[in-house]
Design a protein around this ligand. Structure first.
Ligand SMILES: Cc1ncc(COP(=O)(O)O)c(C=O)c1O
Length: 389
Protein backbone atom coordinates (compact mmCIF):
# COMPACT_ATOMS: atom_id res chain seq x y z
CA UNK A 1 0.00 0.00 0.00
CA UNK A 2 1.45 3.43 -0.85
CA UNK A 3 2.52 5.43 2.20
CA UNK A 4 0.40 8.49 2.98
CA UNK A 5 2.29 11.67 2.15
CA UNK A 6 3.16 13.67 5.30
CA UNK A 7 1.69 16.67 3.48
CA UNK A 8 -1.66 14.91 3.16
CA UNK A 9 -1.96 14.25 6.90
CA UNK A 10 -2.96 17.59 8.43
CA UNK A 11 -6.58 17.75 9.57
CA UNK A 12 -8.54 20.61 11.08
CA UNK A 13 -8.31 18.92 14.48
CA UNK A 14 -4.56 18.31 14.28
CA UNK A 15 -3.87 21.90 13.27
CA UNK A 16 -6.06 23.31 16.01
CA UNK A 17 -4.01 21.34 18.54
CA UNK A 18 -0.91 23.44 17.77
CA UNK A 19 -0.53 26.93 19.21
CA UNK A 20 -0.08 29.65 16.61
CA UNK A 21 -1.61 32.74 15.09
CA UNK A 22 -3.16 31.34 11.96
CA UNK A 23 -5.46 28.74 13.47
CA UNK A 24 -6.27 30.72 16.60
CA UNK A 25 -6.87 34.32 15.51
CA UNK A 26 -10.48 33.53 14.66
CA UNK A 27 -13.08 31.20 16.15
CA UNK A 28 -12.35 27.47 15.95
CA UNK A 29 -15.03 26.86 13.31
CA UNK A 30 -13.16 29.04 10.79
CA UNK A 31 -10.70 27.46 8.32
CA UNK A 32 -7.76 29.86 8.12
CA UNK A 33 -6.13 30.23 4.72
CA UNK A 34 -4.90 33.78 5.25
CA UNK A 35 -1.43 33.80 6.83
CA UNK A 36 1.45 32.42 4.72
CA UNK A 37 2.08 29.71 7.27
CA UNK A 38 2.10 26.12 5.98
CA UNK A 39 0.04 23.42 7.67
CA UNK A 40 2.73 20.81 7.01
CA UNK A 41 4.81 18.92 9.57
CA UNK A 42 8.49 19.57 10.14
CA UNK A 43 11.01 17.63 8.09
CA UNK A 44 12.10 14.82 10.49
CA UNK A 45 15.85 15.41 10.05
CA UNK A 46 15.35 19.07 10.83
CA UNK A 47 13.44 18.19 13.97
CA UNK A 48 16.29 15.90 15.08
CA UNK A 49 18.83 18.71 14.74
CA UNK A 50 16.62 21.03 16.78
CA UNK A 51 16.21 18.36 19.45
CA UNK A 52 20.00 17.88 19.61
CA UNK A 53 20.49 21.62 20.06
CA UNK A 54 18.05 21.62 22.99
CA UNK A 55 19.65 18.50 24.52
CA UNK A 56 23.03 20.23 24.28
CA UNK A 57 21.41 23.25 25.97
CA UNK A 58 22.65 25.43 23.15
CA UNK A 59 20.73 28.35 24.51
CA UNK A 60 23.64 30.48 25.68
CA UNK A 61 24.97 33.33 23.56
CA UNK A 62 26.05 31.73 20.29
CA UNK A 63 28.38 32.95 17.54
CA UNK A 64 27.00 33.72 14.07
CA UNK A 65 30.16 32.49 12.38
CA UNK A 66 29.20 28.93 11.40
CA UNK A 67 25.78 29.92 10.09
CA UNK A 68 27.29 32.73 8.03
CA UNK A 69 29.76 30.28 6.49
CA UNK A 70 27.07 27.81 5.45
CA UNK A 71 24.84 30.58 4.16
CA UNK A 72 27.69 31.98 2.08
CA UNK A 73 28.25 28.50 0.61
CA UNK A 74 24.55 28.10 -0.12
CA UNK A 75 24.45 31.52 -1.82
CA UNK A 76 27.31 30.39 -4.04
CA UNK A 77 25.77 26.98 -4.82
CA UNK A 78 22.14 27.96 -5.25
CA UNK A 79 22.11 31.67 -6.07
CA UNK A 80 25.34 31.63 -8.11
CA UNK A 81 26.66 34.59 -6.17
CA UNK A 82 30.02 35.08 -4.55
CA UNK A 83 29.33 36.66 -1.18
CA UNK A 84 31.94 35.98 1.50
CA UNK A 85 30.71 34.91 4.95
CA UNK A 86 31.93 38.29 6.24
CA UNK A 87 29.30 39.94 4.09
CA UNK A 88 26.41 37.77 5.17
CA UNK A 89 24.37 39.07 8.10
CA UNK A 90 22.04 36.85 10.09
CA UNK A 91 18.63 38.45 10.34
CA UNK A 92 15.29 37.85 11.97
CA UNK A 93 13.80 36.81 8.64
CA UNK A 94 13.39 39.15 5.70
CA UNK A 95 11.17 41.87 7.20
CA UNK A 96 13.94 43.78 9.05
CA UNK A 97 15.96 43.86 5.83
CA UNK A 98 13.23 45.91 4.15
CA UNK A 99 13.64 48.61 6.80
CA UNK A 100 17.43 48.37 6.88
CA UNK A 101 17.72 48.71 3.09
CA UNK A 102 15.63 51.89 3.09
CA UNK A 103 17.65 53.28 5.99
CA UNK A 104 20.83 52.70 3.99
CA UNK A 105 19.59 53.90 0.60
CA UNK A 106 17.26 56.78 1.41
CA UNK A 107 16.69 59.99 3.26
CA UNK A 108 13.16 61.06 4.25
CA UNK A 109 11.32 62.34 1.18
CA UNK A 110 13.17 60.07 -1.27
CA UNK A 111 11.21 57.78 -3.57
CA UNK A 112 11.07 54.00 -3.29
CA UNK A 113 9.67 51.80 -6.05
CA UNK A 114 7.21 49.17 -4.82
CA UNK A 115 5.12 46.93 -7.02
CA UNK A 116 1.34 47.05 -6.92
CA UNK A 117 0.32 44.51 -5.79
CA UNK A 118 3.07 43.68 -3.28
CA UNK A 119 3.51 41.98 0.10
CA UNK A 120 2.28 44.77 2.38
CA UNK A 121 5.23 44.98 4.87
CA UNK A 122 7.18 46.64 2.06
CA UNK A 123 4.68 49.52 2.25
CA UNK A 124 5.22 49.63 6.00
CA UNK A 125 9.00 49.92 5.54
CA UNK A 126 8.44 52.86 3.20
CA UNK A 127 6.13 54.45 5.73
CA UNK A 128 8.40 54.12 8.77
CA UNK A 129 11.43 55.47 6.91
CA UNK A 130 9.40 58.52 5.80
CA UNK A 131 10.09 57.85 2.15
CA UNK A 132 7.49 57.97 -0.60
CA UNK A 133 6.16 54.89 -2.40
CA UNK A 134 5.97 54.93 -6.18
CA UNK A 135 3.81 52.12 -7.53
CA UNK A 136 5.09 49.91 -10.33
CA UNK A 137 1.87 48.34 -11.55
CA UNK A 138 1.71 44.64 -12.28
CA UNK A 139 -1.40 43.85 -14.31
CA UNK A 140 -3.46 40.71 -13.93
CA UNK A 141 -4.41 40.85 -17.61
CA UNK A 142 -0.68 40.85 -18.51
CA UNK A 143 -0.08 37.76 -16.37
CA UNK A 144 1.66 39.98 -13.78
CA UNK A 145 4.56 40.56 -16.16
CA UNK A 146 7.31 42.85 -14.80
CA UNK A 147 7.30 45.54 -17.46
CA UNK A 148 10.67 47.35 -17.58
CA UNK A 149 9.33 50.25 -19.69
CA UNK A 150 6.70 50.93 -17.06
CA UNK A 151 9.39 50.82 -14.36
CA UNK A 152 11.65 53.16 -16.33
CA UNK A 153 8.88 55.74 -16.65
CA UNK A 154 8.69 55.97 -12.83
CA UNK A 155 12.34 56.83 -12.22
CA UNK A 156 13.06 60.39 -11.05
CA UNK A 157 16.14 62.03 -9.48
CA UNK A 158 14.56 61.19 -6.12
CA UNK A 159 14.37 57.42 -6.74
CA UNK A 160 16.86 55.77 -4.37
CA UNK A 161 15.62 52.23 -3.92
CA UNK A 162 13.70 49.55 -5.81
CA UNK A 163 12.06 46.77 -3.82
CA UNK A 164 11.95 43.51 -5.74
CA UNK A 165 10.06 40.51 -4.45
CA UNK A 166 11.11 37.43 -6.39
CA UNK A 167 9.32 35.03 -6.41
CA UNK A 168 6.50 37.47 -5.95
CA UNK A 169 3.91 37.53 -3.22
CA UNK A 170 1.02 37.80 -4.08
CA UNK A 171 1.43 37.51 -7.88
CA UNK A 172 2.79 33.96 -7.54
CA UNK A 173 5.42 34.55 -10.23
CA UNK A 174 9.13 33.82 -10.46
CA UNK A 175 10.80 36.54 -12.51
CA UNK A 176 12.44 35.54 -15.77
CA UNK A 177 16.07 36.36 -16.49
CA UNK A 178 14.89 38.96 -19.01
CA UNK A 179 12.65 40.64 -16.47
CA UNK A 180 15.51 40.77 -13.96
CA UNK A 181 17.82 42.14 -16.63
CA UNK A 182 15.27 44.91 -17.24
CA UNK A 183 15.39 45.89 -13.55
CA UNK A 184 19.19 45.56 -13.44
CA UNK A 185 19.74 47.86 -16.43
CA UNK A 186 17.49 50.55 -15.00
CA UNK A 187 19.07 50.37 -11.54
CA UNK A 188 22.62 50.45 -12.91
CA UNK A 189 21.91 53.26 -15.40
CA UNK A 190 20.43 55.41 -12.65
CA UNK A 191 22.61 54.24 -9.75
CA UNK A 192 19.67 53.05 -7.67
CA UNK A 193 19.92 50.49 -4.86
CA UNK A 194 17.80 47.35 -5.01
CA UNK A 195 16.62 45.16 -2.17
CA UNK A 196 15.58 41.70 -3.33
CA UNK A 197 13.37 39.54 -1.18
CA UNK A 198 14.02 35.94 -2.28
CA UNK A 199 12.16 34.32 0.58
CA UNK A 200 10.16 32.14 -1.82
CA UNK A 201 13.10 31.06 -3.98
CA UNK A 202 12.61 27.34 -3.36
CA UNK A 203 8.80 27.23 -3.61
CA UNK A 204 8.29 26.66 -7.32
CA UNK A 205 6.32 24.30 -9.58
CA UNK A 206 6.61 22.69 -13.02
CA UNK A 207 10.37 23.23 -13.43
CA UNK A 208 10.06 27.02 -13.14
CA UNK A 209 13.55 28.38 -12.35
CA UNK A 210 14.68 30.95 -9.82
CA UNK A 211 17.29 33.53 -10.81
CA UNK A 212 18.94 35.95 -8.43
CA UNK A 213 19.03 39.55 -9.55
CA UNK A 214 22.52 40.11 -8.14
CA UNK A 215 23.84 37.23 -10.26
CA UNK A 216 22.94 39.04 -13.50
CA UNK A 217 26.19 41.03 -13.53
CA UNK A 218 28.76 42.63 -11.20
CA UNK A 219 27.33 46.14 -11.58
CA UNK A 220 23.88 45.20 -10.33
CA UNK A 221 25.41 42.96 -7.65
CA UNK A 222 27.16 46.00 -6.18
CA UNK A 223 23.84 47.84 -5.82
CA UNK A 224 21.85 44.89 -4.47
CA UNK A 225 20.97 43.65 -1.00
CA UNK A 226 19.71 40.06 -1.23
CA UNK A 227 17.65 38.49 1.51
CA UNK A 228 16.25 35.02 2.20
CA UNK A 229 14.88 33.09 5.17
CA UNK A 230 14.00 29.58 6.35
CA UNK A 231 10.36 30.22 7.10
CA UNK A 232 8.41 29.31 3.99
CA UNK A 233 9.77 25.97 2.84
CA UNK A 234 10.79 24.62 6.22
CA UNK A 235 7.61 25.45 8.14
CA UNK A 236 9.60 27.43 10.71
CA UNK A 237 8.29 31.01 10.44
CA UNK A 238 8.18 31.15 14.23
CA UNK A 239 11.97 30.81 14.39
CA UNK A 240 12.39 34.07 12.47
CA UNK A 241 15.63 33.31 10.70
CA UNK A 242 17.25 34.53 7.54
CA UNK A 243 20.09 36.50 6.06
CA UNK A 244 21.02 39.47 4.02
CA UNK A 245 24.07 39.43 1.83
CA UNK A 246 25.81 41.83 -0.52
CA UNK A 247 28.88 41.73 -2.70
CA UNK A 248 29.56 45.40 -1.97
CA UNK A 249 31.61 45.60 1.24
CA UNK A 250 31.09 49.33 1.69
CA UNK A 251 27.34 48.79 1.56
CA UNK A 252 27.58 45.82 3.93
CA UNK A 253 29.59 47.90 6.43
CA UNK A 254 26.99 50.66 6.24
CA UNK A 255 24.17 48.15 6.86
CA UNK A 256 26.09 46.73 9.81
CA UNK A 257 26.57 50.20 11.27
CA UNK A 258 22.91 51.19 10.89
CA UNK A 259 21.70 47.94 12.42
CA UNK A 260 24.19 47.94 15.30
CA UNK A 261 22.48 47.88 18.68
CA UNK A 262 19.07 47.44 17.00
CA UNK A 263 19.02 44.13 15.09
CA UNK A 264 20.47 41.15 16.92
CA UNK A 265 20.72 38.42 14.30
CA UNK A 266 18.72 35.33 15.11
CA UNK A 267 18.31 32.55 17.70
CA UNK A 268 20.58 29.54 18.27
CA UNK A 269 18.03 26.96 17.12
CA UNK A 270 18.04 28.64 13.72
CA UNK A 271 21.82 28.74 13.73
CA UNK A 272 21.82 25.01 14.56
CA UNK A 273 19.59 24.12 11.59
CA UNK A 274 21.42 26.41 9.15
CA UNK A 275 23.96 23.72 8.06
CA UNK A 276 21.41 21.02 7.25
CA UNK A 277 19.16 23.48 5.39
CA UNK A 278 21.88 25.34 3.53
CA UNK A 279 23.84 22.23 2.49
CA UNK A 280 21.01 20.89 0.34
CA UNK A 281 21.20 17.60 2.32
CA UNK A 282 17.45 17.46 2.90
CA UNK A 283 16.30 18.92 -0.39
CA UNK A 284 14.18 15.80 -0.95
CA UNK A 285 11.71 17.52 1.39
CA UNK A 286 11.54 20.58 -0.90
CA UNK A 287 10.89 18.38 -3.92
CA UNK A 288 8.19 16.33 -2.20
CA UNK A 289 6.47 19.37 -0.74
CA UNK A 290 6.48 21.28 -4.02
CA UNK A 291 5.09 18.23 -5.82
CA UNK A 292 2.25 17.93 -3.33
CA UNK A 293 1.54 21.66 -3.40
CA UNK A 294 1.33 21.63 -7.20
CA UNK A 295 -1.47 19.06 -6.82
CA UNK A 296 -3.26 21.28 -4.29
CA UNK A 297 -2.87 24.23 -6.64
CA UNK A 298 -4.43 22.28 -9.51
CA UNK A 299 -7.26 21.14 -7.28
CA UNK A 300 -8.04 24.73 -6.22
CA UNK A 301 -7.95 26.06 -9.78
CA UNK A 302 -10.22 23.27 -11.03
CA UNK A 303 -12.76 23.63 -8.27
CA UNK A 304 -12.88 27.44 -8.32
CA UNK A 305 -13.38 27.45 -12.08
CA UNK A 306 -16.17 24.89 -11.76
CA UNK A 307 -18.00 26.66 -8.96
CA UNK A 308 -17.92 30.32 -9.96
CA UNK A 309 -16.45 33.29 -11.78
CA UNK A 310 -12.82 33.85 -10.91
CA UNK A 311 -9.77 35.09 -12.78
CA UNK A 312 -6.92 33.05 -11.39
CA UNK A 313 -3.33 34.08 -12.10
CA UNK A 314 -1.14 31.08 -12.84
CA UNK A 315 0.63 30.04 -9.65
CA UNK A 316 4.17 29.16 -10.68
CA UNK A 317 5.85 29.95 -7.34
CA UNK A 318 4.89 30.56 -3.69
CA UNK A 319 1.89 28.90 -2.05
CA UNK A 320 -0.29 31.98 -2.27
CA UNK A 321 -2.99 32.10 -4.92
CA UNK A 322 -4.42 35.51 -5.79
CA UNK A 323 -7.73 35.07 -7.64
CA UNK A 324 -9.99 37.96 -8.55
CA UNK A 325 -13.56 37.25 -7.54
CA UNK A 326 -15.52 38.54 -10.54
CA UNK A 327 -18.62 39.58 -8.63
CA UNK A 328 -18.08 43.36 -8.51
CA UNK A 329 -17.54 43.21 -4.74
CA UNK A 330 -14.72 44.87 -2.81
CA UNK A 331 -12.18 42.77 -0.96
CA UNK A 332 -13.61 44.11 2.32
CA UNK A 333 -17.10 42.84 1.49
CA UNK A 334 -15.77 39.52 0.17
CA UNK A 335 -13.81 39.07 3.38
CA UNK A 336 -16.89 39.70 5.53
CA UNK A 337 -19.04 37.25 3.56
CA UNK A 338 -16.39 34.54 3.46
CA UNK A 339 -15.72 34.85 7.15
CA UNK A 340 -19.31 35.07 8.34
CA UNK A 341 -21.16 32.87 5.85
CA UNK A 342 -18.47 30.44 4.62
CA UNK A 343 -16.37 30.32 7.82
CA UNK A 344 -13.18 30.63 5.80
CA UNK A 345 -10.63 33.39 6.40
CA UNK A 346 -8.52 34.56 3.47
CA UNK A 347 -6.36 37.66 3.05
CA UNK A 348 -8.05 40.72 1.57
CA UNK A 349 -6.51 41.52 -1.81
CA UNK A 350 -6.59 45.28 -1.24
CA UNK A 351 -3.99 45.13 1.55
CA UNK A 352 -1.48 44.33 -1.20
CA UNK A 353 -2.19 47.60 -3.01
CA UNK A 354 -4.91 49.14 -5.20
CA UNK A 355 -4.43 46.48 -7.94
CA UNK A 356 -5.49 43.86 -5.39
CA UNK A 357 -9.01 45.25 -4.98
CA UNK A 358 -11.61 42.57 -5.63
CA UNK A 359 -9.03 39.82 -5.09
CA UNK A 360 -8.56 37.50 -2.12
CA UNK A 361 -5.30 35.68 -1.34
CA UNK A 362 -5.61 31.98 -0.61
CA UNK A 363 -2.92 29.95 1.15
CA UNK A 364 -2.50 26.64 -0.68
CA UNK A 365 0.03 25.00 1.67
CA UNK A 366 -2.43 22.70 3.35
CA UNK A 367 -3.72 19.16 2.95
CA UNK A 368 -6.19 18.32 0.21
CA UNK A 369 -8.66 17.37 2.95
CA UNK A 370 -8.59 20.79 4.58
CA UNK A 371 -8.57 22.52 1.20
CA UNK A 372 -11.57 20.56 -0.07
CA UNK A 373 -13.53 21.44 3.07
CA UNK A 374 -12.66 25.15 2.61
CA UNK A 375 -13.66 24.99 -1.06
CA UNK A 376 -16.97 23.27 -0.20
CA UNK A 377 -17.69 26.16 2.13
CA UNK A 378 -16.74 28.80 -0.47
CA UNK A 379 -18.93 27.05 -3.04
CA UNK A 380 -21.94 27.39 -0.77
CA UNK A 381 -21.70 31.20 -0.73
CA UNK A 382 -21.37 31.66 -4.50
CA UNK A 383 -25.14 32.30 -4.90
CA UNK A 384 -24.84 35.01 -2.24
CA UNK A 385 -21.90 36.61 -4.04
CA UNK A 386 -23.93 36.56 -7.27
CA UNK A 387 -26.89 38.17 -5.54
CA UNK A 388 -24.86 40.90 -3.89
CA UNK A 389 -22.68 41.74 -6.89
C1 LIG B 1 7.57 38.06 0.30
C2 LIG B 1 7.68 37.89 1.76
N1 LIG B 1 8.70 38.49 2.40
C3 LIG B 1 8.85 38.37 3.73
C4 LIG B 1 7.95 37.65 4.49
C5 LIG B 1 8.15 37.55 5.95
O1 LIG B 1 8.87 36.43 6.23
P1 LIG B 1 9.75 36.33 7.54
O2 LIG B 1 8.76 36.26 8.65
O3 LIG B 1 10.52 35.08 7.37
O4 LIG B 1 10.58 37.57 7.58
C6 LIG B 1 6.88 36.99 3.86
C7 LIG B 1 5.93 36.21 4.64
O5 LIG B 1 4.97 35.70 4.13
C8 LIG B 1 6.75 37.14 2.46
O6 LIG B 1 5.75 36.55 1.80
Amino acid sequence: MPKTSPFDKPTIESRLSVRGTKWHRDAEDIIPLWLADPDYPLCPELKDVMREAIEEEYTIYGSDRDAREVMSAKIKRFNKLDIPADQVMLTQGVIPVMWLSAMHACRPGDEVIVTDPMYFPFFKAVDVTQTNPVYWKLKLEEGYKFDADRLNSLITPKTRLIYVCNPHNPAGRAMTKEELKGVADIAVDNDIYVMVDELWEDVRYDDVKHYSLAAINDEIADLTITSWGFSKMWSVPGLQAGYLGCTNKVMFDSLTKISGGILRGTNNISKAIAPIICSGEIDYWINDMNKYMAEVRDLVVKRLNEMGDFTIPHLEATYLMFPRFNYGLSSDILDKILLKEAKVSLNKGNIFGPEGEGHMRILTATSKGIMNEALDRIEKVIPLLEKMG
